[in-house]
Design a protein around this ligand. Structure first.
Ligand code: NAD
Length: 348
């Protein structure tokens, strides 16, 4: 039994699709690590609907309100049917304005020196859900209209978070990614806010500016040039998947949704319905999200221990199918537990 010096309550939403499988693997690893979390297990998404509840039940909201801390498995959002993303609703409910998505090379090979932290504005832009159809003739869906909204106030808040994160982690450059050459107002507001915030960090952190299409190419050509990226909601969603691809795929990419009163940690990937129930899903992204959660609550030594065990396991060639290995999800969890139990110097 691992050493657990303090405990704290946190909400756990296993999610659907591969969610329950990877959550089970994560819980086994955390038990071996001696993580401080005492879980209040709650439902959301498809599992809640199947139980006759709202996709985001009151009990789940109440739990997160109380604990201020949650680990969330992926939740399926049907593309049609007027069903609003539960993940997006949660971000709004708890004012989780910064979505932090680190992309760091774990398995050298494709790109060896990637170490980027992407901070995505999490509440505005084209995600505000102001959409409607305009009917033409017999087709009520002839035209689709979506409105994007970016406010200066929200942009300041998330860009300041990115600069403060850079200072805290000793990073020197923040790149604001935009499309202000075309979306002069919607994207221009965000760029303007970045230029205003950057003045307060003069001499400590430099602001770079990059247009999103050029940024996508540069990320593929020379990702090691990027340090911290801050961008609007949709660009952040797309670029963080791109960065995940640079460092080994979605199975390795964690994310944190940060607000002033709550924080929700998750994998960047979705519910992977194509492999759900097959026992082959990679739990690394959710484990790395727990690493971020441990950092968030000040358990840095345990976070580093966990990351070192994941790294050693993968570098020893013990991998799930998505990374070219053959281990099933529970076997991979056991490999990490064995690695946790080996003495080694912790690394960040
Ligand atoms: P996805 O991320 O679920 O899957 C994309 C591909 O990556 C699939 O081939 C899948 O098998 C693979 N993959 C993803 N995670 C993996 C893992 N841990 N191990 C091994 N392979 C993995 O994306 P999708 O198919 O576009 O979305 C499926 C559902 O998930 C949709 O309903 C979508 O709305 C939802 N989604 C939820 C979240 C969230 O809850 N935060 C995020 C993204 C997508």
């Amino acid at each position: 039994m691992a050493n657990r010096s303090r405990t704290m309550e946190a909400t756990l939403i296993p999610g659907d699709g591969i969610g329950p499988e990877i959550t089970e693997a994560v819980l086994q690893v955390l038990e071996a690590l001696g993580a401080p979390f005492v879980w209040d297990v709650q439902q959301a998404g498809t599992t809640a609907v199947e139980a006759g509840l709202d996709p985001l039940p009151d009990a789940t909201l109440e739990s997160i309100r109380r604990t201020g801390l949650a680990l969330k498995g992926p939740l399926t959002t049907p593309s049609s049917g007027g069903y609003r993303s539960v993940t997006v609703r949660m971000r709004e409910a708890f004012d989780l304005y910064a979505n932090v998505r680190p992309g760091k090379t774990i398995i050298p090979g494709r790109y060896d020196n990637v170490d980027i932290i992407l901070v995505r504005e999490n509440l505005e832009g084209l995600y505000v859900g102001r959409e409607h159809y305009i009917g033409v003739g017999a087709d009520p869906h002839a035209v689709g209209v979506g409105i994007g909204i970016n406010t200066k106030e929200e942009a300041h808040r998330v860009i300041r978070y990115a600069f403060d994160l850079a200072v805290r982690l000793g990073r020197k450059r923040v790149t604001v990614v935009h499309k202000a050459n075309i979306l002069k107002i919607l994207s221009g507001v965000f760029l303007e806010a970045a230029q205003e915030v950057a003045r307060d960090y003069h001499g400590r952190v430099t602001l770079d500016e990059s247009i999103v299409d050029a940024c996508a190419m540069q990320l593929v050509m020379a990702p090691e040039r990027f340090d911290v990226i801050v961008t609007t909601n949709l660009f952040g969603d797309i670029l963080s998947d791109l960065i995940a691809g640079l460092v080994g795929g979605l199975g390795l990419a964690p994310g944190a949704n940060i607000g002033d009163k709550a924080a929700i940690f998750e994998a960047v990937h979705g519910s992977a319905p194509d492999i759900a129930g097959k026992g082959v899903a990679n739990p690394t992204a959710l484990l790395m999200a727990v690493g971020m959660m441990l950092d968030h609550v000040g358990e840095t030594a345990k976070a580093n221990h966990l990351r070192a065990a994941i790294l050693a396991t993968l570098q020893a060639g013990e991998k799930t199918r998505d990374l070219g290995g053959s281990l099933r999800t529970p076997e991979f969890a056991q490999a990490i537990i064995r690695s946790l139990q080996k003495p080694r110097r912790c690394q960040g």
